[in-house]
Design a binder for this molecule. Structure first.
Ligand SMILES: [Zn+2]
Length: 324
């Protein structure tokens, strides 16, 4: 193995900001194409850099079982590893039974999914940006102005009961804002919206509705120049996002409502720890101080992804504003 694959150097500039941080969005699970690190390597690298949490995401499968295994094998390293389910069609789709399985998949109580995400690839928002056919777009997940789908209602109820994070997936800002409202009305306390493609007004609306908004390294990086959405042979790209558009939204809502993540693990990006450091450096270069970085990289993800019901854990989302 080359040195880079295990890269977790603690002496790189601003690496001190990684100490105590949580990268809640890492694609290090076994995958249909190459990853820079295995899940175990990701945990060891995170521990070496001083991270205290790692969230494993997988577009193709529930990751809570893998996270539980990582905790069983490497829990002594002090990194809180957690997983969850992205409800893509090939991972089971919008189905309450899939959510229930993910919530239970682990090694006993408290080790199952800590997040449930709506689709990240099979959404009309993504399909349209990929210029897919009308037939393909029509078959993708979306939220309109009509009544919410019964299965989605049941899923939200299960998320609320479990006290885990509801991730709105890659939908439009308007769809996300509606989903935030629906989720809150059904008792969901912890909501995360990937917001890189939101307008500033949509970011404000999601936050005022009770969500935390997430900004990831992936869409700020060269990875957007490479076709790799991977759901079929077409391998579309994600549109690139500018640092200015991200920092404008962070400034508009305030760091206390934002989370930073690497969204790394792909073979085209630096390994997750280094990708996370580079994002932090980018945000810092835009004028956000260490306190703001700590909020977005450590305190907010700690509060959001705390093990539900665990003694001594930070309060759930409703308390984040108080905490910060
Ligand atoms: Zn991702």
């Amino acid at each position: 193995m080359c040195a880079l694959q295990n890269s977790s150097r603690c002496d790189l500039p601003y690496a001190y900001l990684l100490r105590g941080a949580i990268d809640c969005h890492v694609h290090c699970a076994p995958h249909i194409n190459e990853r820079t690190v295995t899940a175990f390597e990701a945990v060891r690298a995170a521990a070496q850099a001083g991270l205290k949490g790692l969230g494993i995401m997988d577009v193709f499968a529930n990751s809570s079982g893998l996270a539980a295994l990582a905790m069983r094998e490497l829990g002594h390293l002090g990194v809180d590893v957690f997983g969850g389910i992205i409800l893509e069609p090939f991972a089971g789709g919008i189905d309450p039974r899939v959510v229930e399985n993910a919530l239970r998949m682990g090694y006993g109580p408290g080790t199952g999914a800590r997040f449930v995400s709506l689709p990240c690839h099979h959404t009309r928002f993504v399909a349209r940006s990929e210029r897919r056919s009308a037939e393909y777009v029509a078959a993708c997940f979306h939220v309109d102005d009509g009544p919410l789908d019964d299965k989605l209602k049941e899923i939200l109820d299960r998320i609320a009961a479990a006290g885990v994070v509801f991730n709105t997936g890659h939908v439009t800002g308007a769809e996300a804002v509606r989903l935030v409202g629906e989720a809150r009305s059904r008792g969901v306390q912890k909501i995360l919206c990937p917001a890189s493609y939101f307008s500033t007004d949509e970011a404000r609306a999601a936050v005022s509705g009770g969500a935390i908004i997430e900004f990831s390294f992936f869409v700020l990086s060269h990875a957007t120049a490479i076709g790799q959405t991977m759901i079929d042979a077409e391998q579309h790209r994600f549109p690139p996002v500018t640092l200015d558009s991200v920092t404008e939204k962070i400034a508009a809502v305030g760091p206390k409502h934002c989370i930073l993540s690497s969204d790394s693990g792909s073979y085209v990006l630096p390994p997750p720890v280094e990708a996370f450091r580079e994002l932090i450096v980018m945000i810092q270069s835009a004028g956000f101080d260490d306190e703001a970085i700590e909020l977005m990289a450590s305190l907010n993800p700690a509060a959001l992804f705390a093990k539900p019901g665990a003694a001594g854990c930070p309060a759930p989302h409703a308390k984040i504003r108080d905490l910060c």
